[in-house]
Structure formats: structure tokens, C-alpha cells
Design a protein around this ligand. Structure first.
Ligand SMILES: [Zn+2]
Ligand SMILES: [Zn+2]
Length: 306
């Protein structure tokens, strides 16, 4: 089962040095999820050869333009290219109104259904799930209502060691073993003790996306032990006061969250356009949490299966 994150945009408020507004594509088990959709996202999806009609769910963190101004264009292109599948959009209150108004004034009647799901940015809650994955909100501390998103795999089944099964069994028996139960015969005698013939389930992987936010320790328990944490890092430490005033974080603060939450890896992003070179941000973060990387547009990170 794949779990990949592709960076489509990595900058904050303005385009700079070839860097675009925030957007990321999550590909989990061949299902595509878009997180944020700043201006230019559609071009980035084309550039990196993403099949846009395969995107079924879009998660918008907040209604600052650098996180959603590309949305109406993407919705329109999906329409023009003959989409019929439903599209689900998760966002704080108000996005429904904005998009519906734009479509109404251009007399666009979409030939596919769009369903808006209003996200409560005050509480951590599961807002989407399928058989293998859940998406939950991470309340963030920003100038407008804002939520991050935690993509987490559901607990997996135990793994059967097939070579250890010597007597007859059916699919029914295999399913019991995967659930952690023993196999008994008609007299109630144990034929296979679960622990003898199965291995523990594989690790359930998770990806936490946090943009935009002030440094806020309330985030830490919500992203605890995530395999990969994306945390905005708009500024360097000498701009910490500016970060506070504008409800953003520094790279070192992002690293402090990663360190305290004991995540596997930290990815920085949402860079201020004052920085042409990003290595100094990376260096400041790595002083606090060494396993830190920069988000780089066009790159795909895979969260490995153990
Ligand atoms: Zn932003
Ligand atoms: Zn913002």
C-alpha cells in the first residue's frame, strides 16, 4: 500500500524564486487527496502529470488566498474535461459560499456533484474515513479559522505465517487469525493458537499537515509519533516576533513541535518570500530536530512500510 506526498507549492503569501502557493498531493493506496489549493496549483498538477480527475477529496486548511485561490479554476477544469464523479471538499465555513457565487455569476452548471463539508476548526475530529484511512482535523492557531489534517492508516490485521499452518483451514479461519482470534475445532480444542501462527500487524503510518499556525503546544499531542510532520516555517528565528504577530512559526519552532511530539521526520514549508536561500532555515530547524527536510516542489516523499 503506497503512501506518498508530492509537494506542489511551498511558498507563503507571494510567488517567489519559482516557488508557488501552498498545495500538496497525498496518494494513499492509489487514492488521491489534495491539501490546499493556492493559485497556480492546477499548473503544478499538469507539470507533475497528476491525473486531476482521480482527485476525489480536497482539504482546505483556511481561507487565506494562498491556500485556496486556485480552487475554482481546478473545479472548472474538471468540469470542462467531462468529470462525472462526485468531488468532496472539506474546508472551514464560507468556502461553499465563495465557490458557489463564482460558479453562479459565470453561469457554470457543473456536470458533476460537489459536496462541501464544513470543518470545525476548534476541535480535533475525524472528518473522513474509508476502509484503510482516516483524516482528522488538527486545530491551529492562526488569524482566521484554520485546521491542519492528520492522515492516519487504520489499524492493520495480524499477518499469518502460512508455513505454520499444517492442518486444513478455510478463508473463514484465516480471517479469524487476522483478527487475532484462535482457531478451535468442533470440540472447542485449540487447533491454532493465534500467537503461534501470526505476526503483529504492520505499523499504521501517519502524515500530519500543519499550516498556517503560530507555535502552539496544543498541536503536539495531536501529531504525536507521526511518521512525517509538515509544519509551516515561514520565518527564521530573528523574525520570531514577526512570526508571532502574523500568526506564523519559525523553522526552529516547527522543529520544537517535531521534537516534543517525537515524530519520525519533519518537513518545512510555507516559506516567506524574503528568503531566496532556504538552507539557513533548514539549519536552524536541524539544530533542534536533526531529521528535518525542506519541502521542495516536484519532489515526492514516500512513507515506507516497515
Ligand atoms: Zn498561508
Ligand atoms: Zn494563512
Amino acid at each position: 500500500m503506497n503512501f506518498d506526498i508530492t509537494i506542489l507549492g511551498s511558498n507563503s503569501a507571494s510567488f517567489a524564486y519559482g516557488r508557488h502557493h501552498t498545495s500538496q498531493l497525498v496518494n494513499h493506496n492509489q487514492c488521491l487527496y489534495l491539501i490546499d489549493c493556492g493559485e497556480g496549483t492546477q499548473n503544478q498538477l499538469i507539470r507533475y502529470k497528476v491525473k486531476i480527475q482521480r482527485i476525489g477529496h480536497i482539504f482546505i486548511s483556511h481561507l487565506h488566498g494562498d491556500h485556496y485561490l486556485g480552487l475554482v479554476g481546478l473545479i472548472s477544469t474538471m468540469h470542462l474535461q467531462g468529470r462525472t464523479d462526485e468531488l468532496h471538499i472539506f474546508a472551514p465555513a464560507g468556502l461553499d459560499e465563495v465557490i458557489t457565487l463564482q460558479l453562479r455569476l459565470s453561469d457554470t452548471r457543473l456536470n458533476y456533484p460537489v459536496t462541501f463539508h464544513e470543518v470545525n476548526t476548534e476541535v480535533a475530529a475525524t472528518i473522513y474515513e474509508n476502509e484503510v484511512l482516516t483524516v482528522s482535523t488538527i486545530p491551529l492557531n492562526h488569524r482566521v479559522k484554520c485546521a491542519g489534517f492528520l492522515f492516519k492508516e487504520k489499524p492493520k490485521k495480524r499477518r499469518i505465517v502460512m508455513e505454520s499452518l499444517h492442518r486444513g483451514y478455510t478463508n473463514f479461519h484465516l480471517n479469524l487469525l487476522k483478527k487475532g482470534e484462535d482457531i478451535k475445532d468442533e470440540n472447542g480444542e485449540i487447533v491454532y493458537k493465534n500467537a503461534d501462527v501470526t505476526l503483529p500487524p504492520k505499523h499504521s503510518r501517519s502524515y500530519a499537515y500543519c499550516s498556517d499556525t503560530r507555535y502552539d503546544e496544543r498541536i503536539i499531542p495531536l501529531v504525536q509519533h507521526a511518521d512525517l510532520l509538515y509544519h509551516e516555517s515561514t520565518f527564521m528565528t530573528d523574525m520570531e516576533q514577526r512570526a508571532y504577530e502574523t500568526f506564523h512559526s519559525t523553522a526552529a519552532q516547527a522543529a520544537q513541535v517535531a521534537k516534543t511530539a517525537q515524530v519520525g521526520k519533519l518537513m518545512l514549508g510555507h516559506y516567506s518570500s524574503r528568503y531566496k536561500e532556504l538552507e539557513p532555515l533548514l539549519a536552524e530547524a536541524q539544530e533542534v530536530f536533526s531529521n528535518t527536510i525542506l519541502s521542495v516542489e516536484g519532489e515526492t516523499l514516500s512513507i515506507a512500510c516497515e
